[in-house]
Design a protein around this ligand. Structure first.
Ligand SMILES: Nc1ncnc2c1ncn2[C@@H]1O[C@H](COP(=O)(O)OP(=O)(O)O)[C@@H](O)[C@H]1O
Ligand SMILES: [Mg+2]
Length: 98
């Protein structure tokens, strides 16, 4: 679709009655470093979870390396190729990095 590595187009996401993402659009070029800055609870992690396929958006489109992640049939093509370091580092408190 585009030459961007990642494209978000009008992404929306609500948890219950709380709308967290309101038509978020952004483009990331290959090799570009992009920093998301915002207040705690403003939706930064939700954007990252949607980009990595851990969460699905309610609306809008997301493309990663030209794969339409909003298409559930194709989202598995990307999930194994996107990494994320969680803020809460001990995702598995009973395990070490080793
Ligand atoms: N799984 C969830 N269920 C319900 N509410 C959630 C969930 N994940 C995030 N939220 C809410 O969405 C908002 C944005 O959260 P988050 O994306 O973690 O913000 P940030 O990473 O910017 O601190 C917060 O109000 C948070 O409580
Ligand atoms: Mg966060």
């Amino acid at each position: 679709m585009s030459k961007s590595a990642i494209t978000l187009s009008r992404i929306t996401k609500s948890f219950g009655s709380t709308q967290v993402l309101k038509e978020i659009s952004l483009d990331v070029s290959p090799g570009e470093v992009l920093v998301l800055i915002g207040a705690s609870g403003s939706g930064k992690s939700t954007v990252l979870r949607i980009m990595s396929g851990l969460e699905t958006a309610d609306g809008g489109e997301i493309w990663v390396n030209d794969v339409p992640l909003h298409n559930r049939k194709r989202s598995s093509e990307i999930c194994g190729h996107v990494g994320m370091v969680f803020q809460q580092f001990n995702l598995f408190p009973h395990k070490t990095a080793w």
